[in-house]
Ligand binder design. Structure first.
Ligand SMILES: Cc1cc2nc3c(=O)[nH]c(=O)nc-3n(C[C@H](O)[C@H](O)[C@H](O)COP(=O)(O)OP(=O)(O)OC[C@H]3O[C@@H](n4cnc5c(N)ncnc54)[C@H](O)[C@@H]3O)c2cc1C
Ligand code: FES
Length: 273
């Protein structure tokens, strides 16, 4: 059965939750029922005219009953227009799109390491909720430029996950990069010498800016941890028609929108990134 559709959703709320960041709740039963962790939607930011022309891609943050939550940063005209949309208005959404995180590969005794940079936490939050529901241990590593940009911290703690924060300016958590905190965590375990192959204990899920993704991949390779990464390449159509979101993999080019946005880190041709 076709799972992606053009849907009409009613805006239930659209609130600023951090500097430049908005959380939007959209009511549409089908979308809330079908969306899986790691999938995304293409949302038409306004109905009146075609400016900005294209829909913009946003990750599904989480779903609750008949509602789907989005969390976005205002960076340009599309997201700025979206931030002006009011409660009660109708938005057009294409979705849910793409292949999300694959939980079938995770054995329940592995701890899930979640690594998020900036609004990379958006699609990972729904995944964390699902992992916790299955009784899987979760450690979240969240990085941002400063304290005000750390998103969802309390909600993450409420899932019963361990939460480690890093900020570039040191206003919260460890000063520096989130990858430093991740390595510290892995080395502590390695030092305890409980098991030689650290990759047998962990599985990793990642979303964030490209430089962070590349460093996490190096860590995954070093510690031999199976890792799934959500990529946010530039997208125009979101359905595999424009070839605008191609990513080089070991099997040649794939479309991030249709074949991803989540890929196994071993699928990616890293020297082409
Ligand atoms: C699968 C997917 C999921 C996404 N999920 C989210 C999300 O949950 N929350 C969120 O805030 N954003 C998310 N994004 C990014 C979001 O789509 C863009 O920020 C948005 O399209 C920008 O539109 P705009 O018109 O406001 O700005 P534009 O004028 O299009 O861009 C403004 C600035 O942002 C940069 N930019 C735009 N798109 C991207 C991108 N994909 N990657 C890196 N830089 C970009 C541009 O280079 C430019 O500097 C996602 C992108 C993809 C592909
Ligand atoms: S965005 Fe058009 S092919 Fe992926």
């Amino acid at each position: 059965m076709k799972t992606k559709k053009i849907l009409q959703g009613k805006i239930i709320s659209n609130k600023k939750i951090a500097p430049d960041h908005f959380k939007m709740a959209i009511q549409n039963e089908w979308l809330a029922l079908k969306a899986r962790p790691g999938q995304f939607v293409m949302i038409k930011v306004q109905e009146k005219n075609n400016d900005p022309l294209l829909r913009i891609p946003l990750g599904v943050h989480f779903t609750e009953e008949d509602r789907t939550y989005l969390l976005y940063k205002v960076v340009g005209p599309g997201t700025a227009t979206l931030s002006q949309r009011q409660k009660g208005e109708i938005v057009s959404i294409l979705g849910p799109l793409g292949n999300g995180f694959d939980l079938s590969k995770n054995s329940p005794d592995k701890e899930a390491l979640i690594v998020a940079g900036g609004h990379g936490i958006v699609p990972l939050y729904m995944l964390i909720k699902e992992l916790r529901k299955k009784g899987i241990k979760v450690a979240v590593f969240e990085g941002a430029c400063s304290k005000e940009h750390i998103l969802c911290e309390n909600r993450l703690k409420q899932t019963g996950s361990k939460v480690f924060i890093a900020t570039e300016n040191g206003t919260q958590g460890k000063k520096g990069r989130v990858t430093d905190v991740l390595v510290e965590y892995l080395k502590k375990y390695e030092k305890n010498g409980k098991r030689k192959n650290i990759g047998e204990k962990y599985i990793m899920f990642v979303c964030g800016p490209k430089p962070m993704i590349k460093s996490v991949n190096k860590i995954a390779e070093k510690f031999k941890i199976n890792t799934q990464i959500s990529f946010a390449e530039y997208m125009a159509c979101g359905i595999g028609a424009c070839l605008g979101c191609a990513i080089m993999t070991v099997d040649g080019y794939k479309m991030t929108c249709k074949d991803g946005p989540v890929f196994d880190s071993k699928e990616i041709k890293w020297d082409a990134q």
